[in-house]
Design a protein around this ligand. Structure first.
Ligand code: DX5
Ligand code: ZN
Length: 221
């Protein structure tokens, strides 16, 4: 498995130019594009739908599109995002009546499947679905907005999730999402994360190649 993955979140990009913004960070060395899908029901914010994913593919984005569903219910949007070109689809267990069935649906549609756990959501669901997931997304902020502060108590949880993955022997990526910056990135990597969602700490800077290289240096340390 690739050592580290940097997945810029478009939530903090210039929304009048999302195609160019996605292309720019990929050209600057990012690996995936993270799409934060919010429905103003599961989280108190509203962002984008499957048409945005389709538009990015039609624009020419070929890199993996990592769709983070902060919506309830999930199954209908799993279908439409898979058809719109998503590569990975992640949802919050609290948002599905049947977690196992929703995970199976993602894989049946040809996408990689993930579960997103909020800061206060325990890891206890994971042992029952480890063979059905390709990604664990640990929220290090409460979902809904970019630019929030990293919640340090999640570090312990990252290490516990890393232990669970290593013991399982499954090729599961451990993604952390929210408040990651150049000051805490190394600590998050040391705790066991290998996939990093970064929104404001990239998109509020002018020089994407320089910022992304700085993140690569700090994750590698
Ligand atoms: C919050 C989103 C995060 C967020 C990350 O609900 O899931 O992906 O956009 O943005 P930053 O890096 O600005 O915290
Ligand atoms: Zn996200």
């Amino acid at each position: 498995m690739q050592e580290f993955v940097i997945a810029p979140s478009l939530l903090s990009a210039n929304w009048a130019r999302l195609g160019e913004e996605a292309e720019a960070v990929l050209k600057a060395g990012a690996d995936w594009i993270h799409l934060d899908v919010m429905d103003n029901h599961y989280v108190p914010n509203l962002t984008l739908g499957p048409n945005m994913c389709r538009a990015l593919r039609e624009y020419g984005i070929q890199a993996p599109i990592d769709v983070h569903l902060m919506v309830k219910p999930v199954d209908n949007l799993i279908n439409s995002f898979a058809k719109a070109g998503a590569s990975l689809i992640t949802f919050h267990p609290e948002a599905s009546e049947h977690i196992d069935r929703s995970l199976q649906l993602i894989r049946d549609l040809g996408c990689r499947a993930g579960l997103a756990l909020n800061p206060a959501t325990p890891l206890s669901v994971l042992p029952y679905v480890l063979e059905k997931i390709d990604l664990i997304l640990l929220m290090s902020v409460n979902p809904g907005f970019g630019g929030q502060a990293f919640i340090p108590s999640v570090l312990k949880k990252i290490t516990e999730a890393r232990r669970l993955i290593d013991q399982s022997g499954q090729p599961i990526r451990l993604e952390v999402d929210g408040g990651i910056n150049l000051q805490n990135g190394g600590t998050v990597a040391k705790a066991g994360a290998d996939t990093f969602v970064i929104g404001s700490a990239i998109y509020t800077t002018k020089d994407y190649p320089k910022t992304i290289q700085q993140f690569k240096d700090c994750f590698r340390l």
